[in-house]
Design a binder for this molecule. Structure first.
Ligand code: ATP
Length: 251
């Protein structure tokens, strides 16, 4: 589903190369965890997948279902089924969360040649999804993420993901800012989306999240490259021993 080949990417503003020859394959049905020290390029990778314009790909390719996405803008990628849950979800003043969800869902339907959702059906879906994440429906009348606590913002990201049903989900540090109960609720929400037709990429610092969302593969990112891949035991090893060993091996 996702095949990243020898990807090199730099910051447009100052030309600094952040991603330096990254290779990664994530198959449909797979949950892949990406770990790595601070500043290794994890968030940058997620932004590049989503199509953020601050970064320029200088070499290599990103294939989604066998097709390069490099020429697609962020909206086209979203319509194609790529979803990024942000580490720091953006506040959108003046746009009620409910309205945002409606526009996002209907835009995707339009791109697929489907009719917009009727209001009762839309409300039913939102209510069900919000309830499954223990979110108060009244919160969705507020502008998106404005004044939401850290944990509420993360839940709002998962709510969007549940409603949009993307095929490739990239979750950037979804566990940060979540209390113990919220971590369980959000993880359950992600697990409910596991499916043979969907790939999920989870960026995290902590093995803790991976106890709830058990990954099929774990990849260590360092200086813009995947330096080691393994199964879930790799995350346990990192938790116990830190990154030094893996980095030394790669060197
Ligand atoms: N727009 C930018 N301008 C300047 N430097 C940037 C920019 N974007 C990324 N970087 C730098 O690129 C490197 C990788 O950053 P990135 O946020 O991708 O790391 P990360 O692995 O997600 O880190 P963390 O675990 O701390 O969240 C960092 O050194 C960061 O300072």
């Amino acid at each position: 589903m996702l095949e990243i080949k020898n990807l090199h990417a730099r910051i447009v503003d100052d030309g600094t190369e952040i991603i330096r020859g990254l290779n990664l394959t994530v198959n449909a049905g797979e949950v892949a965890a990406i770990m790595g020290p601070n500043g290794s390029g994890k968030s940058t990778l997620s932004y590049i997948l989503a199509g953020r314009e601050d970064y320029e790909v200088t070499e290599g390719d990103i294939l989604y279902n066998g097709q390069s996405i490099l020429e697609m803008d962020p909206a086209e990628r979203a319509t194609a089924g790529i979803f990024l849950a942000f580490q720091y979800p953006m506040e959108i003043p003046g746009v009620a969360t409910m309205e945002f969800l409606k526009v996002a869902m209907n835009e995707q339907r339009k791109a697929r040649g489907e009719e917009p959702l009727k209001v009762p059906e839309f409300l039913k879906r939102v209510k069900e999804a919000a309830a499954s994440l223990s979110m108060d429906i009244n919160m969705l009348k507020r502008p998106l993420n404005v004044g939401f606590s850290g944990g509420e913002k993360k839940r709002a990201e998962i709510l969007q993901m549940k409603l949009l049903e993307p095929k490739l989900c990239v979750l950037d540090e979804t566990d940060s800012g979540l209390d113990i109960d919220a971590l369980k609720i959000v993880s359950d929400g992600v697990n409910a989306l596991r499916s043979p037709e969907r790939a999920i990429v989870v960026i995290t610092h902590y093995q803790r999240l991976l106890e709830h969302i058990v990954p099929d593969s774990v990849h260590v990112l360092y200086k813009g490259q995947v330096i080691k891949s393994g199964d879930k035991s790799l995350a346990l090893d990192l938790e116990a021993n830190g990154y030094a060993g893996v980095i030394g091996e790669a060197a």
